[in-house]
Design a protein around this ligand. Sequence first.
Ligand SMILES: [Zn+2]
Length: 564
Amino acid sequence: MKRVTSLLFLLAFSLLKAQNSLPQDYFQNPLDVPIVLAGSFGELRSNHFHSGLDIKTQQREGLPVKASAAGYISRINIQHYGYGKALYIQHPNGYTTVYGHLQKLAPKLQEYLKKKQYAKESYEIELFPEAGELQVEQGELIAYSGNTGGSGGPHLHFEIRDGSQQPMNAQLFGIDVPDSREPLIEGLFAYALDEEAHVNDSQKRQKLRLIPTSNGNFTTNEVDACGEIGFGISAVDQQDGAYNHNGVFRIDASLNGEQVFEIDFDKFSFAETRNLNRLIDYQYYQSSRKRIQKLFKSPDNPLSMYGELQNYGKLNIKDSLDYQYTIKVTDFKGNEKTITIPIKGRSSNEISKETPPPNFTLVEAGKNFSAKENGIDISIPAGTIYEDAFMDIQFMGDTVKVHKDEIPAASNFTIGFDISEVPAEKRDQLFVARISDYGKPSYSSTYRNGNRITTRTRTFGTYTLATDIQPPRVSPVNFYDGQWISNNETLKIQISDDLSGINSYRATINGKFILMEYEYKNNTLTYDFSDNVITDNADNDLKVIVTDNVGNTTSFTATFHRKY
Ligand SMILES: [Zn+2]
């Protein structure tokens, strides 16, 4: 009896292993608190798929972050934006773990980092320590959780990457996220995909009404269609312990019982992540802030998350035939929701079509496009857009409209402005601004070359020349000029810029560089007195120089006194 049980156990175990040959007990939860997710792997974000797990830290910073497995610190990356303060551990089994948005590193690592920051005289720094230099044990304290960089609230961004630095779903390695809830279906849409096709007599995107069935799934009213059509779904998943709308793990679809589409969020590469804009209905997202995932793709979409697709997920609906299309949305724990769509093939001679306005310009994806008027030029190189598009291009004085942000761009295009008419003394403060839908200008990376000023951007929209004459504002936060501040642990300074934005800053005390950490989210520079740049001076001169993106500079000075 005992032998039979263990044989059965062995069989079950090897079946499990066949499904997932990744190490299951190698990596541990990097926090001491249970895993509750603010974001899941592969979740749809702005221009990218989320590359890790966003683990909640009880709405606060400073939770100990521990090495998920033994290894060595292979990279320390400190940025104002992005991952903020981030650590990378290379493990002997070939995988790398990543820890982002950290508040600060553990003492030993913090000391290592500060030495390098002082040597480079820069807060932002990227370091690649050698193997053996900074060894860590599994469970060893490596940092404290924070909210640095592009983070919307305190959490730990945790990643597991394979040998080619492709992020993988950490849940595949046994990192357990309790989840007893089914995915949420937020919307269902149908698309006519060729010129003769229709869905319910229309070529326009159709929102279909979801009708709950008695078993908790959904169906729809019968869809009338003909020709090449496809579907799109808006779906999210909630795990236990939080209401965050996270990503689902798998979507598949079948037609009359045969699988025609599959996408799995188990792994991807950073090189392909921007193709998210082709998976979603980009125009719909820009106008509604809701993401529809299309259950069909263009032949040249290289996204690797697609599984086996029949005819790229597109359906060929023929007159007078009946079909049943089924979509299954699954989370990592296997909770699923099914939507069944009855389709009736019916040809139509009253199809309402969508035609572009007559003043729109055709821009072909595979060709260079350029236009010029009023000293403003637009250059959209071949391959900038994924598909041919009709664009709203208008020259209006010193402003140009290059459509709006409803067409995704794979790479940069250029807008140039002739500034030969602008008096020389006014040229330095010019920059290219993108005008938001609400009329607000924002700095767009600006390049100067003689009589020409250009921007390179991946965002379609309205651009103009703007002038920034205001230097940045700099003001002390936790001291004033001439004050005794012997008990201060830090020096805090607020910096901001009206128009073009902060470009750089540099601070010294008595002429010596001090490391100030910049937190753009609250416009604050912070110096930590424990860096011990000054150790015995009672009277100290602080100087902070802040420069904006067109080169306006503010030099702030203050004196403070300190006892040691
Ligand atoms: Zn994250």
